[in-house]
Design a protein around this ligand. Structure first.
Ligand code: IPD
Ligand code: CA
Ligand code: CA
Length: 261
């Protein structure tokens, strides 16, 4: 069964990627969703349709949760969690930092996930208990255990008004420590780049399960740690995400909680 699930996942993600590549730098329709810069393009929809078609051709009864299509066929213990383009604003501006993210949950546990940035030809994949890979090479988080020499990445919500916490003050605390903090514009890529050891830590408020489902498993299988902002065990339905190499996790938690490090 797992081989069929994996094949289906990989075929689906490549079908989606084909569509992203076809339209990138070309013309396509863009519109705002709930806020001006929370964008959706016709490419998000086309890629999503192609991905769902592949999954449904093999597993017509499986639960699908996809960013633009919402919830489909909910009565199954298998749930495919799909972001057809993570980094839509980048995509719409011709910035090649965007990807497709697909996670697969079984009975509430993420068992498989893939994130594919076709513009850098980087395919991240993980299966529970079997490790994480970048283009088939095993992935490992960084070894750094000092926050002061860490390279971090974060993101900011487009729907600012709905965020209770103050993302800027946490950002400011890290910046005032003189740390390099990047903002790539794709949470799924942020997570994978922590898994690959390029970043030591990532945090963000208010992500959605389709941003995180695949990256969550990729981080864990690469030896990293992911939690909420209290350091508690993580669920992809949480609104607080802290993902690190594990070594600097407590130090980042202390900064987020505004405690002395
Ligand atoms: C967004 C990206 C971004 C994050 C936003 C997400 P989208 O997803 O992951 O990095 O900061 O919160 O909404 O809209 O490009 O799929
Ligand atoms: Ca997203
Ligand atoms: Ca998206």
């Amino acid at each position: 069964m797992n081989d069929l699930l994996k094949n289906t996942l990989l075929i689906a993600i490549h079908e989606g990627a084909h569509i992203l590549k076809h339209y990138f730098e070309g013309s396509f329709e863009i519109r705002s969703k709930d806020t001006l810069n929370n964008l959706v393009t016709e490419v998000d929809k086309k890629a999503e349709d192609a991905i769902i078609e592949v999954i449904r051709s093999e597993f017509p009864a499986h639960f699908i949760l996809s960013e633009e299509a919402g919830e489909l066929s909910t009565a199954s213990n298998y749930k495919w969690i799909i972001d057809p383009i993570d980094g839509t604003v980048n995509f719409a501006h011709g910035i090649p930092i965007c990807c497709i993210s697909i996670g697969l949950e079984l009975d509430g546990v993420i068992i498989m996930g893939a994130v594919f940035n076709p513009f850098m030809n980087e395919l991240f994949f993980a299966e529970k208990g079997k490790g994480a890979f970048l283009n088939n090479k095993p992935l490992k988080v960084s070894m750094n255990d000092q926050l002061e020499s860490a390279c971090l990445v974060t993101g900011f919500p487009y729907k600012w008004a709905t965020v209770e916490a103050d993302p800027i003050s946490v950002f400011e605390r890290f910046i005032r420590k003189g740390l390099p903090v990047r903002r790539l514009g794709s949470a799924a890529i942020d997570l994978c780049w922590v898994a690959a050891g390029r970043f030591d830590g990532f945090w963000e408020y208010n992500l959605n399960p389709w941003d995180i489902a695949a990256g969550y498993l990729i981080i864990e299988e690469a030896g990293g740690r992911i939690s909420n902002f209290k350091g508690e065990p993580y669920s992809v339905y949480d609104k607080e995400t802290l993902a690190t190499n594990g070594n600097i996790h407590e130090q980042m938690l202390a900064v987020i909680a505004n405690l002395p490090v």
